[in-house]
Design a protein around this ligand. Sequence first.
Ligand SMILES: Cc1cc2nc3c(=O)[nH]c(=O)nc-3n(C[C@H](O)[C@H](O)[C@H](O)COP(=O)(O)OP(=O)(O)OC[C@H]3O[C@@H](n4cnc5c(N)ncnc54)[C@H](O)[C@@H]3O)c2cc1C
Length: 277
Amino acid sequence: MSGISDILVLIKQVPDTSSKAGLNPDGTIDRAKAKRMLNPFDRYALQAALHVKKMYGGRVTALTMGPPPAVEILLEAIAHGADQGYLLSDRRLAASDTLATAYALHKCVLYLGKMDLIFTGLQTTDGDTAQVGPQIAERLDLPQVTYCEDFSIEEGKLHARRIVEGGHQDVICNLPALVTVANAYHQLEYKTLRGARLIQELNRDEALKNQYIHTITLDDVSADPELCGLKGSPTIVAHTDKVGQIGGQCVMHQGKSIEALVKEITGGTQIKEFVRQ
Ligand SMILES: Cc1cc2nc3c(=O)[nH]c(=O)nc-3n(C[C@H](O)[C@H](O)[C@H](O)COP(=O)(O)OP(=O)(O)OC[C@H]3O[C@@H](n4cnc5c(N)ncnc54)[C@H](O)[C@@H]3O)c2cc1C
């Protein structure tokens, strides 16, 4: 028996990078205008959670913190095979930095009860800090395996292979543990037919939907609002600039002497002679 009963996967809804997400005057992303999608990095985390369920048993819970439309990614997770979804949604969470986000999410994990394994993506495509997973592990006092590219569970221990600079590191740790899943892990498998049918039903039947998707607030998870949102965030996105037109004009320089090419490319700027030692 693997002893795995509960698996948690943290997923985030992000602006669809292919859509022209506008910026608000204060430089934050205009999330209302932007098309939304499941954070691409979280697809690997979801695959890892579903893999554990398939190989070792257990129930998969997907958890997201965000505005009400974030229910969409919980439905997507259920269509792929997750058993239930929790949305932590509360106006007091607005403008949370990673410290406040990790605080609020760790309170959710405590509220949900014992989890044998917690999976997160490596990072998000909007904040892109890769800080939330490790911070949650720290707050829950759990061992953490980051940049995990593959793993197995043997005799109640996690055997993981993680990517490190220039190679791999094999680590073994006790459960429960938190794992940030690298993009080198297996791609998310297609939605199951059963899952796709279930989503159609859930979208038709609100009562049934409420059996699979639960919306919770800061009060439900006994989180201190002073540690959430803008109040709880030592970091603020002070300003973001729209990058100009990416991609300059391509000019081919060929068929001339090095000196002529250097002169042409540098516009004749004097270049100090480089003498090979
Ligand atoms: C352009 C930009 C720059 C930012 N820079 C900073 C900064 O420098 N410092 C800072 O503290 N904050 C910053 N933020 C705010 C930060 O994005 C938010 O705090 C965000 O909620 C969490 O950080 P992240 O997106 O970097 O997540 P990451 O740490 O990159 O996410 C890692 C994983 O944690 C899980 N996760 C993250 N957010 C959620 C969620 N809401 N619900 C469920 N799971 C989640 C997912 O599994 C995800 O793959 C920035 C935001 C933007 C848009």
